[in-house]
Design a protein around this ligand. Sequence first.
Ligand SMILES: [Cu+2]
Length: 154
Amino acid sequence: MNLNFRLLGVVSLLTGMISLSPCLAAEVGVVGKGHSNLEISEARVFAPRKGSNTTAAYAILKNTSDKPMQITFQKMAPFKSVEIHESLEKDGRMAMQKLESLTIPAKSLLELKPGSHHFMLFDATASLKEGEMLTGQLSIDGQATDISFKVVPR
Ligand SMILES: [Cu+2]
């Protein structure tokens, strides 16, 4: 465990103490198995629209290291499959393109947000409740890392 990971632990603890605040910006994703060089905030899943069991997850990912970081997205229960997508405008229309991985340059932020990069979640096998926490399994430079996402209203 190095200094970065300990600092991240402190941030998560502080956020836990102020979690009564409705301000989403104060939320910090919890890194389970942990990756020392990734800081996550605003990790959230939009509750699916009525009649749909497909939705998307977003977060702000910060690479605190001095090397590029490669992220792949493995799974998130209760979804049957997940992909990394990027929304792009093609011929005047918005389209989504599947990416095999995300690369975050050294000392940089990547914001997953509507209309841009996102984690696409397909075929939920259970209904999601607002406020529920879901665990996303990522691989960061080959290291398995669990991240908690909170289900939020659209
Ligand atoms: Cu998508």
